[in-house]
Ligand binder design. Structure first.
Ligand code: PAF
Length: 281
């Protein structure tokens, strides 16, 4: 497995793979890799001849008061995980490799990006769409892999690929959870012992909402108030949002007629965590 930091090195390697007729998968990450990322890499390795993992804490998807500086990093552990999962190339650019000082071109999307996480993070998806477009242009993969935990991000990327005619298949992969149900996230590392226990309230709310819908409940307000009620009983938790939206358009629904996404962002202490489930109807 090779670790490279320049765009030119990635391009040269991919060019060589293409010359040999090999397919290429891309797993975009911000590093501090865990089992959730590993499941994406393992899937990519199973479905492609060669796999590139990008490891880049993308500054432009963080708001001014967010955790860019404190975002956890461990490049050596990341390389070990990529190697053990079977990746072939890790692309580890420095911010200056990705953004020239006079960088001024962004990929922006309306609609899908305005609700849910977009409400409290108004510039986040512009940063995500921009960096993912750049990675797509640099790596030119056949397939790219994203976790379902960031459900809005996955929907946004699928739409961007359609709208901008990227010839890339987007593969969404299931949420990987800790034993007690907490969705794996690099940000779980911010939680102290007490907060870590409290954080299980997110997956409990997911289970509750899902089981209500499986039993036939279709009213968004009934499902959401039960989920919110459960979260509000946890003193360390503070709801940012708990919403039911159409699974494709990300627009709020009052009734689950087709496929819907039930998504939440909840602060546990100072850490903002997300979780969700999709109900196909
Ligand atoms: O999901 C992430 O880790 C990031 O948003 C992504 C897709 C790697 C873009 O920086």
């Amino acid at each position: 497995m090779n670790v490279v930091s320049s765009v030119a090195e990635v391009r040269a390697q991919v060019k060589e793979w293409r010359r040999l007729g090999l397919s290429v998968g891309l797993v975009p990450t911000m590093g501090y890799l865990h089992e959730g990322h590993k499941s994406l890499i393992v899937r990519a390795v199973a479905e492609n001849d060669r796999v590139v993992v990008s490891d880049f804490v993308n500054p432009i998807q963080f708001g001014p008061s967010e955790d860019l500086e404190s975002y956890p990093r461990d490049i050596e552990a990341d390389a070990r995980l990529c190697e053990s999962a079977g990746a072939h190339l890790v692309f580890l650019p420095r911010p200056e490799d990705m953004y020239a000082p006079d960088f001024c071109t962004y990929v922006d999307m309306r609609g899908l990006t305005e609700g849910l996480c977009g409400k409290t993070r108004p510039t986040h998806f512009r940063g995500v769409c921009t960096v993912v477009s750049k990675l797509f242009h640099i790596v030119t993969p056949d397939r790219a892999y994203f976790g379902q935990k960031d459900a809005q991000q996955l929907a946004v990327i699928r739409r961007m690929v359609r709208d901008l005619n990227f010839d890339i298949t987007i593969v969404g992969c299931p949420i990987v959870r800790e034993k007690d149900g907490l969705a794996k996230s690099s940000r779980n590392t911010y939680l102290n012992a007490e907060e870590r226990k409290a954080a299980v309230v997110l997956s409990r709310a997911v289970e509750l909402g899902r089981s209500m819908m499986e039993k036939g409940e279709r009213s968004a307000s009934v499902v959401l108030s039960a989920m919110k009620g459960l979260i509000e009983k946890e003193p360390l938790a503070r709801i940012d949002y708990v919403e039911m939206v159409d699974a494709v358009s990300m627009q709020p629904v009052t009734q689950a007629d087709g496929a819907v996404l039930c998504a939440m962002a909840v602060y546990v202490g100072k850490t903002r965590l997300i979780d969700n489930f999709i109900f196909e109807g």
